[in-house]
Write a protein that binds this ligand. Structure first.
Ligand code: ADP
Ligand code: MG
Length: 695
């Protein structure tokens, strides 16, 4: 096998390739455009395009594509070849600056939430030069943003880039207050940990629910689930290990900093964590990671399930979005540091985040709202749907001392005045233990744990960026005018704690006591996508997004429409799949087994001494279950038909949530209890036991 440093980034048009292949003045011009977030000069583009093409052809590429992330949640590509005919009947390989900068995919089939009428099918894609181009499947992939013809964002990347500008602007003001005048840019750094399940392809192929929905809709629990926790950090099985090795290799070639691979709590569940990087690149890399996981799993006879809740009764999958702010000179806003007395920036940033998260709880909840993730949030193994912040006792104490104007406990060597005194170096262990918090401070970053495993990380980071930018703006307005910086910072922290300490919770987020306590504190508990999503359209949220130029009113409205539509479509497909599985799989299976029991009873009846009460008991139980399943399936069909003619999209989503998902749950209960008494040879689908333990 190749050395890692040899293959790393070998399929990426990265900085060193550019340096080597671009004329010096072009290289410098491109770099400064990227660094300062300016728009690209078309003169530079031609030269860059040509160099990119030459390089890509050497890597075996014949095609190029603008690689983008429409609101379907997955990436999209439209491949064009480089070839261009010549007069003498031959071809040349061509790629112009124009083709690099802008593409016009026929975009009519991507969701636009009414933003783009189908007759105006032309959306366009625009090159994001801050994310490197790469070669994958003989195709040069150019990361791009995707907009409607009138410039409205139709994708995940555009608002993300805009939100990075918004926070850069305000964070620069903050950092300059502390005398860091050499800082030119503040970047948001993100490291998303990705969870996933692997399942044997042969078993997967026998489960219509996995094929069509990505999750099981039925399935009785095997005798052993995850209660032993023996899978967690356990030895990785050879088949999985070879998958992971190949995955690392392929990701490294694409410049993705895959770092840690390990087993997760549930059987057949695993996690991959990359080294953190700038947000938009982290988001691109996470998309590439998910794509590669699926592709490479197939090469090993496995299927990678990215769904948030593939199996009931065992843990679901999420993403942990590790988030921080870092200047181009290397200062991490959230690093307590060895000399925190010279770093009140840290405490001010903490205060900003506390205020931002409390004031905008619903935005974080909305950013993770999907049909799949609804099954996970609020269950007893995932963060609750209630947003709260875990700071750890030490940090909470420090902030409380400042708020109350008292000396902090000296035993901890912390004093209250942040101007001159010291804050202890926060040991990671102190802050990392609470795994039940949805939003936890973990040493030098915040970790948001509510994201679903299948979604893009963009929405969450858009929210974090814009919320924090907004609070930073209000802080900067005050601090720039203040006579004494430290006095004003103390005052700000005091106010923040008074108004927002209710969002801080260091206890067990899974407990019922917390639900009750959170309600007392007046925190939001938005249980489903349908509860959460419409809040995005509130006037205050629209004002926030417009003020920071991240999304316009029209763009917000279209997004709400799209997410609701995705929600109803997802549940719709699930309902149809379940109906099909009942009618053609489960009902006939129960009937067949009941028949054989009846046969046995008739047979035995001829001999008076044989007891048939067991068979008769089973017959009674199974035929009753079958009748219930049949009746409920008929009701489900009718509910789906009635939901489909509901025109208001919020109301329709509600029906799917309140009635259809409920009915599906009822059907499942009867089905699972039947499955648990029917011999496997009668059951049409592989069991949970096989799916979870047969790798
Ligand atoms: P765990 O949360 O499982 O303990 P780690 O502590 O190894 O995992 O880190 C989780 C993720 O946090 C990694 O992807 C890492 O790169 C990322 N991370 C570390 N520092 C930062 C930072 N300053 N900004 C953003 N992400 C970071
Ligand atoms: Mg983590």
């Amino acid at each position: 096998m190749n050395k890692v440093y040899e293959i790393f980034g070998s399929n990426v048009f990265n900085d060193s390739v550019m340096k080597e292949r671009l004329p010096e003045e072009i290289y410098i011009a491109l770099k400064s455009t990227v660094k300062e977030g300016k728009t690209i000069d078309s003169g530079i583009a031609d030269t860059v395009a040509n160099a990119m093409k030459e390089w890509a052809i050497e890597k075996g590429a014949t095609h190029f594509t603008h690689w983008f992330q429409p609101l379907t949640g997955i990436t999209a590509e439209k491949h064009d070849s480089f070839i261009s005919p010549t007069d003498d009947g031959h071809i040349i390989m061509e790629f112009s600056g124009k083709e690099l900068i802008k593409g016009e995919p026929d975009a009519s089939s991507f969701p636009s939430g009414g933003l783009r009428a189908t007759f105006e099918a032309r959306g366009y894609t625009a090159w994001d030069p801050s994310s490197y181009a790469f070669v994958k499947d003989e195709t040069l992939c150019i990361p791009t943003a995707f907009c409607s013809y009138s410039g409205e964002a139709l994708d995940q990347k555009t608002p993300l880039l805009r939100s990075m500008e918004a926070i850069n602007k305000q964070a620069l003001r903050i950092v300059r207050l502390f005398g860091y005048t050499d800082v030119k840019r503040v970047n948001v750094t993100v490291g998303p940990e990705q969870e996933y399940f692997l399942v044997d392809k042969k078993l997967y192929d026998k489960r219509p629910d996995l094929i069509f929905c990505g999750r099981t809709l039925i399935g009785a629990m095997p005798p052993k689930g995850q209660e032993m926790n023996d899978h967690y950090f356990g030895v990785i099985k050879p088949r999985v290990a070879s998958f992971m090795r190949e995955l690392d290799d392929e990701l490294w070639k694409l410049g993705v900093l895959a770092k840690t691979e390990h087993n997760e709590v549930a059987p057949a569940q695993h996690e991959l964590a990359p080294v953190f990087t700038t947000t938009n690149i982290a988001a691109d890399h996470n998309q590439i990671t998910m794509e590669m996981m699926k592709k490479i799993a197939l090469r090993h006879g496995l299927v990678c399930l990215l769904h948030e809740k593939p199996y009931d009764g065992v843990n679901g999958s999420g993403k942990h979005n590790n988030w921080s702010l870092c200047t181009d000179t290397g200062i991490n806003f959230l690093k307590p540091g060895k000399n925190p007395d010279k770093n009140p920036l840290f405490l001010l940033t903490l205060a900003a985040i506390i205020k931002a998260v409390d004031e905008h709880q619903e935005l974080l909840r909305i950013s993770v709202a999907t049909a799949g993730n609804d099954h996970r949030l609020g269950a007893n193994e995932a963060p609750p749907a209630i947003i709260s912040i875990f700071l750890g006792d030490e940090l909470t104490d420090i902030l409380e001392s400042i708020a109350n104007g008292v000396e902090h406990d000296n035993a901890k060597r912390i004093k209250m005045n942040i101007g001159a005194d010291i804050i202890p170096v926060i040991r990671k262990d102190n802050t990392d233990r609470n795994r039940t918090s949805p939003f936890a401070f973990t040493g030098n970053k915040f970790e948001f744990r509510m994201l679903g495993s299948a979604s893009s990380i963009s929405d969450t980071n858009v929210m974090l960026n814009i919320m924090t930018a907004d609070v930073f703006e209000s802080f900067a307005d005050r601090l720039e005018k203040a006579d004494d910086l430290n006095t004003e910072i103390n005052l700000i922290i005091k106010e923040v704690m008074q108004e927002h300490r209710k969002i801080i919770f260091n206890g067990d987020g899974y407990s019922d006591e917390w639900k009750a306590e959170a309600e007392k504190r007046g925190l939001l508990n938005l249980k489903s996508t349908v509860d959460a999503l419409p809040l995005l359209k509130s006037e205050s949220n629209i004002a926030l997004f417009e003020k920071h130029k991240v999304l316009s009113r029209t763009e917000i409205n279209s997004r709400v429409d799209i997410v609701l539509e995705n929600y109803t479509k997802t549940v719709h497909i699930e309902a149809l799949t379940l109906i099909d599985m009942m009618n053609r799989g489960v009902i006939p299976a129960i009937t067949k087994y009941t028949d054989s029991l009846c046969g046995a009873v008739l047979n035995k009846k001829s001999i008076a001494a044989v007891d048939t009460s067991v068979e008769e008991g089973l017959i009674a139980r199974l035929s009753a279950a079958n009748r219930e399943i049949y009746t409920l399936t008929e009701s489900l069909k009718m509910e789906v038909a009635s939901a489909e003619v509901t025109t208001d999209n919020i109301e329709r989503a509600r029906e799917y949530h309140d009635k259809i998902l409920k009915l599906m749950g009822d059907i499942r209960e009867f089905t699972d209890s039947a499955e648990s008494v029917i011999p496997p040879e009668y059951w049409p689908y592989p069991s949970y036991g096989e799916l979870l333990f047969n790798i």
